[in-house]
Design a protein around this ligand. Structure first.
Ligand code: PEP
Length: 275
C-alpha cells in the first residue's frame, strides 16, 4: 500500500554565520537561484538575521514561497532566561524551527527530555519543526546507531500529541532530520542505503509512538555534508524526503544544484509542496 504523499524539503541551516547587513541579500539570491515551486524551501539564519531575511524574501518575487526558520527555541514561554528566545517570540519572524541539533546537544548540553519540551513549545506556537537526531561515530562503529536514534526519537517525542488528530498525517508540523554526527561539517557523508535504513527505523519508532499512518506521513531528511555533488545518493532513496544542509546552504550555486535535484525528485514522486 502507498504511504501518504510527503513533500520534498530542502532546509538551509546557516548556523552562526551572516549578519543583519548581509543575510537579506544572500536569502534573496538563494530564492532566485532555487525558484522551484515543487520543493519546500526553508532558510534558517541566526536569530538576529530573521527579520532581515523575512523582509528580503517578501521583497523578492521569487522569495515569497521560501519559508524562514529559527535554529532553536527555548523550552519555556518566557522568564528569567538571559540570552534565550522562546517559540511565541518568533511570531511574524519565522514559521519553522530546528530543534535538537547535534551542535546544541554538544555545546548547550541539550538532552532528549529538554528537546521534548522544546518540541511541545514549538508545536503549540504553530511552528513547523525540524527535529534532529543522529548517532556518534562510536555508536555506528559499535553497531548501536539504530538503537541510539530510536532512543532519541522516543525521548524527544514521547507523549507529544500532534496539534489535533485531524492534522496528524496531513499537516507538516513535524519533520525529522537524520543527521549522523560524524557527517556534520566533516565532508564525510553517510551512504544512501544506510541513511535510508535509518529513516525506516525512525518511521517504525514514530509508528510505535502512535503517529498516524505508522509514521509514513512524517518527512525525514538526511543531513551531513550534503552538497550538490552528494544530494543525489540520498534523494535516490524513496524514504528520504530531502536534506538539511549546513555549510553548502550559504553558497547560492550549491543551493541551486541541490534544489534543482530535489525538484526532479518531487516531480517524479508527485509530491505536493504545501502542508
Ligand atoms: C547541519 O548543520 O545540520 C549540517 C548538516 O551541516 P553540514 O551540511 O555542514 O554538514
Amino acid at each position: 500500500m502507498m504511504g501518504p504523499m510527503r513533500p520534498v524539503i530542502v532546509a538551509g541551516n546557516w548556523k552562526m554565520q551572516t549578519t543583519p547587513a548581509d543575510a537579506g541579500e544572500l536569502a534573496a539570491t538563494i530564492a532566485r537561484r532555487t525558484n522551484e515551486p515543487d520543493v519546500v524551501r526553508v532558510l534558517c539564519p541566526p536569530f538576529v538575521c530573521l527579520a532581515a531575511v523575512r523582509d528580503a524574501l517578501l521583497a523578492e518575487p521569487a522569495g515569497r514561497d521560501v519559508a524562514v526558520g529559527a535554529q532553536n527555541v527555548h523550552h519555556e514561554l518566557a522568564g528569567a532566561y538571559t540570552g534565550e528566545v522562546s517559540a511565541p517570540m518568533l511570531e511574524g519572524l519565522a514559521t519553522w524551527a530546528i530543534v535538537g541539533h547535534s551542535e546544541r546537544r554538544r555545546d548547550a548540553g541539550e538532552t532528549d527530555a529538554l528537546i521534548n519540551q522544546k518540541v511541545r513549545r514549538a508545536r503549540d506556537a504553530g511552528l513547523h519543526l525540524i527535529l534532529c537526531v543522529g548517532e556518534q561515530l562510536a555508536d555506528r562503529e559499535a553497531g548501536r546507531a539504530a538503537a541510539v536514534v530510536t532512543a532519541q526519537v522516543r525521548g524527544c517525542l514521547e507523549g507529544v500529541e500532534p496539534p489535533s488528530p485531524a492534522l496528524d498525517g496531513r499537516a507538516l508540523w513535524l519533520t525529522i532530520a537524520y543527521e549522523p554526527v560524524w557527517a556534520i561539517g566533516t565532508g564525510r557523508t553517510a551512504r544512501g542505503g544506510d541513511a535510508a535504513e535509518m529513516t525506516s527505523t525512525i518511521r517504525h519508532t514514530l509508528g510505535g509512538l502512535g503517529f498516524a499512518a505508522r509514521g509514513e506521513a512524517v518527512p525525514v531528511l538526511y543531513g551531513g555534508s550534503v552538497t550538490s555533488a552528494t544530494i543525489d545518493e540520498f534523494l535516490a532513496e524513496t524514504s528520504i524526503d530531502g536534506a538539511l544542509v549546513g555549510g553548502a546552504s550559504l553558497k547560492p550555486d550549491e543551493m541551486a544544484g541541490i534544489v534543482a535535484r530535489a525538484a526532479l525528485t518531487a516531480r517524479s514522486r508527485g509530491s505536493q509542496p504545501s502542508s
